[in-house]
Design a binder for this molecule. Structure first.
Ligand code: ZN
Length: 249
């Protein structure tokens, strides 16, 4: 049965709802989540609760990690958004029901193996923090050597918000409307499923993957990003975090 992989939701409720509606239409058997449930957006609570309800499992992203650790290494915009996420998620005796989502995020695992594949937020050798960039194949061959040495089968990641696939020759093929289905052949490769809540490849539509019988397909779904933008501005977050959603950058 086909299953879906989502990543980098970033508190974008409207994008997640659109993706869940599409996965239901596609009839996938389960949904796996590669982390960064929170950060950047204004709806960390509802987004986390939807993930808890719909996903078979979720792994830890760097923004989820940031809820519970020092934010020194985050850029100022990301830091502000994580402060908002903390305020809206932290258990409080006057706001019942927060504890379950808080504990869910605090206990996320760093890696998963399922369906004969491997799953990380960032990369196989540094699961939460390291980016596998599309330029790494020709700029950082040593890094790609180390990453491919750490895997023995097709592997799925998120984190860069840029969907595509690194094959064993380290070449990156970007997923777009003309080229969005890839054979996995059971061989080591690194597939980036893109971002639900903050795409950065110039396409503002939410991105996710569906795996079916050894093939992966990247799907894009349009959603009402104006509603998401209005909430980000109303929450007092930096306007750049709203504006980028219209451009997918
Ligand atoms: Zn992210």
């Amino acid at each position: 049965m086909a299953f879906a992989i989502i990543s980098d939701l970033h508190s974008n409720l409207e994008a997640l709802e659109a993706v869940l509606a599409r996965t239901e239409m596609l009839g996938v058997s389960e949904i796996l989540c590669l982390g960064d449930v929170v950060g950047y957006g204004a709806d960390p609570g509802p987004t986390t609760r939807l993930v808890m309800h719909h996903c078979k499992w979720t792994i830890l992203g760097n923004h989820d990690w940031g809820l519970f650790h020092s934010l020194d290494d985050f850029n100022p915009l990301a830091r502000d958004a994580l402060h908002l996420s903390r305020r809206r998620l932290k258990p409080h005796w006057l706001v019942p029901g927060r504890r379950a989502a808080w504990e869910f995020l605090r206990k996320l695992p760093e890696r998963m193996a399922d369906h004969g594949f491997l799953f990380f937020h960032g990369s196989p050798r540094d699961p939460v923090m390291e980016y596998v960039l599309r330029s790494d194949g020709f700029l950082e061959p040593e890094k790609m050597n180390a990453i491919f040495a750490a895997i023995d089968r097709p592997t799925f990641v998120g984190h860069t918000h840029w969907p595509g696939i690194h094959r064993g020759d380290f070449k990156f093929t970007q997923a777009n409307d003309d080229c969005r289905e890839f054979d996995l052949n059971g061989e080591p490769c690194v597939v980036n499923v893109g971002s639900v809540g903050q795409p950065r490849d110039g396409d503002p539509r939410a991105s996710f993957a569906v795996v079916d019988r050894g093939r992966v397909e990247i799907h894009r779904v349009a959603y009402d990003f104006r509603r998401t933008q209005a909430k980000i501005l109303a929450a007092g977050l930096h306007p750049a975090l709203a504006e980028r959603l219209a451009r997918g950058k």
